[in-house]
Each structure stands twice: as C-alpha cells, then as structure tokens.
Design a protein around this ligand. Structure first.
Ligand SMILES: O=C(O)CCC(=O)C(=O)O
Length: 280
C-alpha cells in the first residue's frame, strides 16, 4: 500500500499558530470522508481488542471504556486511513517538519452511560520517544458536545514540566519515576486556561504530546463516543528506553537502542509520500 501523491489539505495560518501557542487546536471537517472507514475499523477493534487493549467498566450501567493501541498493522481500515488520508500532510504543517513518521494509533471508545473520566495527563512521559515535534490528531466518530469533549490546558506544552503518568484506573505507570503528581485540575478549573470544542464526526483536535489533557465521562444515555487518535512525530524523533521504566505503549519488541532515530517497520515514514515505505 502506498500513499497517494498529492493527498493534501492546506491549513490556515491561524490554525498553525493556535497549535504552536496553545498546544492544541481544532480542524473542522478534515476527515469527514473517512468517518465510515474508521468506524468499521473501530468495530473490528472492539470485537477483537489487541494484546494491550484495556476495557474499563462502569459498574452501575455496564458501559465500557475501551482503550487500545498499536493495531494498525492488523486492522485494514486503520492502515488505509494512515497511508491514504491527508493526515500526515496536515501533521507536517502543524509541526513545521519536512518529514512525518507514524508513532502509533490509539482508540478510545466510551459507550453511552459510561461514567468514567479520562484523567488529566500529558502523553509525552508515557512514551518511549524524545523529540519536540509531536502531534496527536484526535478524531471523533460520533458527535461530541462541549461538555463531553476532550479538553486541554492551553500552553501547558511550553512549561518544560512533566507529570507522573498513570493508567486510566489511577494507578501510576511507574511508582519511582521521580515525577510530580499532576495538579488537581478538576477542583481548580479556574486556575487553568482550559480549552475544548464541540465536535462533529470527522473533525480533528490536534495536540502536542506535552499538552495536559483529559476527558469527561460519557453521560449520554444514547450516544457513544468513539475516537481515533493518531500519534505522529516529525524530524529528529529518537527512541527513548530508560531501564526499569515501563512505557505505554510498551514497544517491548522494538530493536532500537536508546537515542536511535525512530525508524523501522513499527514507525513507517508517512510524509513526504515519496519516502513512504511500501507496506504491501
Ligand atoms: O479520548 C479520551 O478520552 C482521551 C484522549 C487522550 O487522552 C488521547 O488521545 O491522548
């Protein structure tokens, strides 16, 4: 499978500036044509979660929160989207990079009546990479009103501060990582510049891996909240492996050493298209 040369979508300067300043921005209608494809992929993913997939349950209603990642090589629709949509070109503009590489995809589904919040966190300290050029594109596959959408602390990507990663059930990923716990943002919302947007299926929210973000429960009685979140990196991304520290995703099979440029089958080059690998 190769990228279509010329699959492009030009962002306006305001969007790029907002991303640089706030560490998060919204891109309306970027992937409307891809919603059905991604919904099919997510249905397969829900039916057959991968080895790292986690399902959290709302004990009262039975509503499920599925969090799963690194399935793009086995789910054809994810692969098709990653290689054929304008997503990598959009990422190159946001990160201002000549090259865009795949890190992984992460799928987060909150069924209707799932009273489970996604805790505030930064993605960067969970990851096995170093690099300043990073972007996730969080693409909702259902309508998401403002009070159920993913939210961001504007500017938190520029502080140089990283907080202790915790699993979505509240357990620390690594007890002794030397990092501080994230502040209690929910009880001090007025102290932070919190931004977020109501979204339609196929919109995208782009954010830097360092930006603090979280998401409320899905308290809708009828509508699920499916999201496909694609993690991309730009030039200079390097593999980071710190002894005795667990990362998420674990990428335990990857043969790279600490400090190696990110490369290999798990992390294909997506942009420019000519540099794209043929993954058959
Ligand atoms: O979808 C969610 O609930 C949270 C999204 C998130 O944390 C992410 O994409 O990094």
């Amino acid at each position: 499978m190769t990228s279509l040369i010329g699959v492009t979508m030009q962002l306006n300067d305001q969007t790029i500036d907002d991303f640089a300043r706030d560490g998060a921005t919204v891109i309306r209608g970027a992937f409307t044509d891809w919603v059905e494809t991604l919904r099919h992929g997510v249905a397969t993913n829900m039916a057959q979660p991968g080895p790292d997939g986690k399902i959290y349950r709302d004990e009262k209603t039975g509503g499920r929160f599925l969090s799963d990642y690194c399935n793009w090589q086995r789910i054809a629709e994810y692969k098709f989207f990653i290689f054929q949509s304008p997503v990598a070109y959009i990422a190159s503009q946001l990160m201002d990079t000549a090259c865009v590489r795949l890190f992984h995809e992460h799928v987060l589904v909150k069924e209707a009546q799932t009273d489970i919040a996604t805790p505030w966190h930064q993605d960067y300290p969970y990851y096995c990479i170093d690099g300043n050029k990073t972007v996730s594109l969080w693409i909702p596959l259902d309508p998401v009103p403002r009070d159920r959408t993913v939210e961001f602390v504007a500017g938190s990507h520029r502080t140089g501060k990283y907080y202790r990663p915790q699993r979505f059930n509240g357990q620390a990923l690594n007890e002794n990582d030397g990092l501080d716990e994230i502040p209690d943002i929910d009880n001090r919302r007025g102290d932070f510049n919190i931004i977020g947007w109501h979204l339609s299926p196929g919109d995208a929210v782009a954010f830097d891996y360092r930006t603090i973000h979280g998401a409320p429960p899905n308290n809708s009685n009828t509508t699920g909240r499916r999201a496909f979140s694609l993690r991309l990196v730009g030039d200079e991304a390097r593999f980071r492996r710190v002894d005795n520290l667990v990362t998420s995703p674990p990428f335990s099979e990857v043969k790279l050493a600490h400090g190696d440029p990110l490369q290999g089958d798990e992390f294909p080059m997506l942009y420019p298209p000519a540099a794209n690998q043929d993954l058959g």
